[in-house]
Design a protein around this ligand. Structure first.
Ligand code: SF4
Length: 196
């Protein structure tokens, strides 16, 4: 999870966390490209057939996948992502609220987006992260709701997130070695992620 401008919106393939430590992803790429291409073409065709005005970019590619960044804040300080003393934060008054996030999801769903992933920063540092998931999970047309998290508080929030309709969890853990975890993230917390 890179620190991103607050309430950023991304449409398209999920390149988040494609950092140098993601060895399984790198290894799987040569074998998964054809499958991914076929699946994306199928999804785009389905979206075009279902929606009057599907969401297209300037190359006429139809997009059905949206990532919503809930915050630029994070409880870790990974060396490849954040400065040790964090980043400048957007004033709270400028952040989209949970109802506004639900509205955004609804508008994108009306243009054919059926898959949403919540990201950050660390999305679960937002006190209303579960309410946001509930709002988006209730939007008609959103078939897939996921979250990318550093896992520090996921155990506590997991039941509520499941109730809200979150079904895809991407937990970022760069190492199985606690000492390396602290070197990479500049914070303790390996045991809290690992107990998942
Ligand atoms: S856990 Fe936090 S600091 Fe580490 S990569 Fe993700 S957003 Fe950046």
């Amino acid at each position: 999870m890179r620190a991103l401008p607050q309430t950023s919106i991304f449409v398209g393939e999920d390149t988040q966390h494609a950092h140098p430590f993601n060895i399984p992803l790198r290894h799987s790429q040569p074998y998964s490209f054809p499958v991914i291409s076929v699946k994306m073409a199928q999804l785009a065709a389905a979206a075009a057939a279902r929606v009057v005005r599907p969401l297209k970019d300037s190359f006429s590619r139809v997009h059905t996948y949206l990532r919503l960044s809930l915050t630029e804040r994070c409880s870790l300080r990974c060396v490849y992502c954040m400065p040790a003393d964090g980043v400048d934060l957007t004033p709270r008054s400028e952040l989209l609220t949970a109802p506004e996030m639900g509205r955004i999801a609804s508008l994108f769903a009306s243009r054919g987006v059926d898959k949403i992933r919540l990201t950050g920063g660390e999305p679960l540092v937002r006190a209303d992260a579960v309410q946001i998931a509930q709002r988006i999970g209730a939007v008609s047309g959103i078939d897939s709701l996921g979250i990318t998290t550093n896992g520090l508080v996921l155990a506590r929030k997991l039941p509520a997130l499941l109730d809200a309709g979150v079904r895809h969890f991407n937990v970022s853990l760069d190492t199985l070695v606690p000492a390396k975890f602290e070197l990479i993230t500049r914070r303790p917390g390996h045991a809290r992620v690992w107990r998942l």
